[in-house]
Design a protein around this ligand. Sequence first.
Ligand SMILES: *Cc1c(COP(=O)(O)O)cnc(C)c1O
Length: 340
Amino acid sequence: MTLATNPPPAPTAPFGTLFATTMTSVSWRGGEWTDPVVGPVENLSLHPATHALHYASACFEGLKAHRGVDGIVRLFRLDRHVARMRISADLLLLPAPPPDLLSGMIISTVAANRDEVPASPGSLYLRPTLLGTERNIGAAGSPSTEALLYVLASPVGDYFAGGDHALRIAVETRRPRTTPQFGRVKSGANYVMALGITQEAKREVGADQVLFAPGGDVQETGASNFLLLDEGRIVTKALDESFLHGVTRDSVLRLAADLGYAVEERDITVDEVVEWTSHGEAALAGTAAVLSGVGEVVVDGTTRRFGDGGVGANTRRLREALTAIHLGVSPDPYGWTTPV
Ligand SMILES: *Cc1c(COP(=O)(O)O)cnc(C)c1O
């Protein structure tokens, strides 16, 4: 725990386009993991027949290390992200990295790049990535026998630097985000499946994002979880196989309960979202933006507005409560942070 005397300011470059100098990698072969190597970020050398490039055997994680007001750098909910990556790996028949190996790699990556962790509201975004690397284009029907795991780090700035405006969300009730058995996998394959639908909503109704609600069952947007809230309540879909179990979602629900909100984890219909526009707020939860306000939903071509269309007061309140833990301003009663 050494304190940098002069942390870099929050970068202004777009999220995910800057990289810290050092990454950590290991490979898996013959059922064994090699020792992690901490080294410079450089291009990977992959054979053109690499399994992941053909058969999408790849998953990732996304978590942040924050530089606190006391100068200490803290990872947020490391154990949860490690556990989730192991679930993703299992579902894709990739080798699940042992928890100590993966958490050690994430901590080593933060430590090696500690001087590059920006001051708040910036942070260091960590991107553990696992891919099947067997060189075999005939292995369409079998798991990769080799894998590569690395942890890349990206200094990121203030997500709301362009102004904290609320989002316009299009509701998609016909087409699913992904297939039911892949809902819980954090995988690029899920993103590319949703991409065309999202681009179409941008083009046709000027939406920022799409809320997937197949058959009227509200799930998530494809990169963040969906919440309804007001002064007394917070409502979100109960955990099932259909959507990604966000660490931000879990953290916000816990803090909301502590602040006296009634937490309801249950099914939400599109009709209820429409009804909620008349008296409540909506928000999206995810590591990149923490909590984003939803100002408008577009349902069957009709726009409905939440309140005045801005970010709601309860959304702001919960975002601040979570950010205060990230930055070591509030105590961390649940042991969510890992100082590095
Ligand atoms: C990563 C992700 C989220 C948000 O999860 P957090 O742990 O809160 O960052 C939500 N949905 C999908 C599909 C995701 O990939």
